[in-house]
Ligand binder design. Structure first.
Ligand SMILES: [Zn+2]
Length: 115
């Protein structure tokens, strides 16, 4: 088995090289007895028979939309993903003033009352 720190390292590597999506996984579900050919996306190990695994599906990539993770591996992936996302979006995604203004147009009556 892998150390947790090295799992985090692997997960981070997969994320930064875009082999795993950085966005939130939709439809995460626990499953058992995954196909024996499947390997964990983080550590590349096979799953033991009867082992509890996470099946994650990501929108927008239909050809490889299903990923399997060991529970520990997914925890490492999720921790790294959130860390990267916090760091990445803080500068990129400033809430747009334009959008906020556009969503609630002021009527002429409202404008008059403010004066
Ligand atoms: Zn794993």
């Amino acid at each position: 088995m892998f150390e947790k720190a090295s799992l985090r390292e692997k997960a981070r590597e997969l994320l930064t090289s875009r082999r795993l999506p950085e966005r939130l996984s939709h439809r995460l579900r626990g499953t058992k007895n995954v196909a024996t050919a499947a390997r964990c996306r983080v550590c590349r190990e096979r799953f033991a028979e009867d082992e509890m695994t996470w099946e994650a599906r990501f929108d927008g990539s239909p050809e490889s939309s299903r990923h399997y993770f060991h529970l520990d591996c997914h925890a490492a992936f999720e921790a790294e993903r959130q860390r990267l996302q916090r760091r990445g979006t803080s500068s990129r995604r400033v809430p747009s003033a334009e959008a906020t203004r556009g969503s609630r147009p002021k009527t002429s009556g409202e404008r008059r009352r403010q004066r």
